[in-house]
Design a protein around this ligand. Structure first.
Ligand code: ADP
Length: 288
């Protein structure tokens, strides 16, 4: 089974003709409230991709927590909720007509997820984390996972530099180009992947697909041709599908292909958890 530990947010989304510049007000289209947060999205993505998935997150005592709980339950995720004295995390998102987004996050309860909140990892094969919860908590969980023989996948998002102590505990690192540049020095993507020191380092390249450096060997997967309308949760769908494939024991090329299909499908639907594809859709795209 897979355990995702990370953030849960309610996303407040407005479609806009273009992302507002500093000081600018843009008259937009419809408003939607969608369950999101990188942690919750990746838990939903892993479950929909076929993995038995639990999700550890801190939630507030407010009307937003049940919205998140319902979405996770509908996806078949087992929720391990930690009650926080802070409000449930929230994100203000604008999505432009050319499918770009700009996001401001109020971490709230997510900032209170603590090292002591990790359950016993006994039969957990994979622990999946992101960087929307405190770095000290992520680092402590990674160390516990190592001790328990649980493999660790870290999605290094949002971008921030990572202590060597954390990188050393990671089995699979997933970052986009910007995040990778913040983690590892080097002139080329290949140099940066190598500089992470992680055994399996994956970079996602948006509409250009994804590449991985595994034990010194490069593996690249082109993007699937789709018509994107909203790229929100493409990276999260990619990560969830990636860990689901790894948990099935698939090889890296097969795994990258499966994850890239999930990421591509997420761009064809609006919203975060609303856009995360199910196993049957991923398999259908792969069979085309
Ligand atoms: P993030 O949103 O975290 O920056 P990316 O934009 O790199 O992540 O997207 C993650 C993955 O989703 C990519 O590696 C790719 O496989 C898929 N993807 C993203 N955008 C597109 C697109 N426009 N067309 C096809 N696939 C896409």
């Amino acid at each position: 089974p897979v355990l995702v530990a990370g953030s849960a947010n309610i996303d407040f989304v407005v479609r806009v003709p273009h992302i507002p510049a500093p000081g600018e007000t843009v008259l937009g289209g419809a408003f939607t409230m969608v369950p999101g947060g990188k942690g919750a999205n990746q838990a939903v993505a892993a479950a929909r991709a076929g993995a038995a998935t639990s999700f550890l997150a801190a939630l507030g005592d407010d009307p937003f927590a049940p919205v998140l709980t319902r979405s996770l339950e509908e996806a078949g995720v087992t929720l391990l909720a930690v009650a926080s004295d802070q409000p449930t995390g929230a994100a203000l998102i604008t999505v432009s007509d050319d499918a770009e987004n700009a996001i401001a996050v109020a971490p709230g309860a997510n900032a209170t997820l603590a090292p002591g909140d990790l359950p016993v990892l006994a039969d957990t094969a994979w622990l999946v984390m992101q960087l929307e919860t405190p770095l000290a908590t992520v680092t402590a969980y990674a160390a516990s996972a190592r001790q328990a023989g649980t493999a660790v996948l870290l999605n290094a998002a949002p971008a921030q530099p990572l202590p060597a102590m954390l990188l050393e505990q990671i089995d699979v690192l997933v970052a986009n180009e910007e995040e990778l540049a913040g983690i590892a020095a080097g002139k080329t993507i290949a140099e940066r992947l190598a500089a992470t020191g992680v055994r399996c380092a994956v970079v996602t390249l948006g509409g250009r697909g994804a590449c991985a450096l595994v034990d010194g060997d490069h593996h690249c997967q082109p993007a699937f041709a789709v018509s994107p309308i909203d790229t929100t949760a493409a990276g999260d769908s990619f990560c969830g599908a990636l860990v689901a494939a790894l948990a099935e024991g698939r090889g890296i090329d097969d795994t990258l292909r499966f994850a890239a299909a999930a990421g591509a499908l997420a761009t064809t639907q609006a919203g975060a958890q609303t856009s995360i594809p199910r196993r049957a859709e991923i398999d259908a795209l792969l069979a085309e």
